[in-house]
Design a protein around this ligand. Structure first.
Ligand code: GDP
Ligand code: MG
Length: 162
């Protein structure tokens, strides 16, 4: 079986956009409405001839009470099914309480975690990405899922951890 990369993070950080970028298709459901990805959705990806599975997660209602618990559960499930976890944070917004909860769950998972600082659309925003060191998950990898900026670098980092 091919290695599994689970993409986790709170709603609206750009998980599905990043999954689309990784698989090179426009298939994962992306909308401006947060939390639109219904459940875990699995895709095949190839990078530098290496095949792996990408799992897009989501499906909770960000306005619902108990969102923090749902996010923690989702991160837990993703960590269990994955070989590598891709934790996506919105570098423009910075670290939120929900991000800290996910970070806490993932640090305890024992699985390799890659921290993607998404929405770094230009060089000026690289500075924003540095704020994500605060999550205690190592070096944030700046990327723009929307424009593709540094997405090849991120894929190289993913490949290194598979
Ligand atoms: P998800 O809920 O985490 O799956 O997030 P989505 O992929 O649905 O994206 C949420 C919103 O963020 C959409 O409006 C995307 O177009 C936008 N978005 C995603 N990635 C980027 C990015 O790299 N830069 C910018 N500026 N916006 C992005
Ligand atoms: Mg989504």
């Amino acid at each position: 079986p091919q290695p599994v990369v689970a993409v986790v993070g709170r709603p609206n950080v750009g998980k599905s956009t990043l999954v689309n970028r990784i698989i090179g298709r426009r298939e994962a459901v992306v909308e401006d409405v947060p939390g639109v990805t219904r459940d875990r959705v699995t895709y095949d990806a190839t990078w530098r001839g290496r095949r792996f599975t990408v799992v897009d997660t989501g499906g909770w209602d960000p306005d619902a009470t108990g969102m923090a618990l749902k996010i923690a559960e989702q991160a837990q499930v993703a960590a269990e099914l994955a070989d590598v976890i891709l934790f996506v944070v919105d570098a423009v917004v910075g670290v939120t309480d929900a991000d800290e909860i996910v970070g806490h769950v993932l640090r305890g998972s024992g699985k390799p975690v890659i921290l993607a600082a998404n929405k770094v659309d230009n060089q000026q925003m690289e500075l924003e990405a540095a704020g994500l060191w605060a999550l205690g998950l190592g070096e944030p990898q700046p990327v723009s899922a929307l424009h593709g900026r540094s997405s090849g670098d991120l894929l190289d980092v993913i490949l290194d951890r598979l």
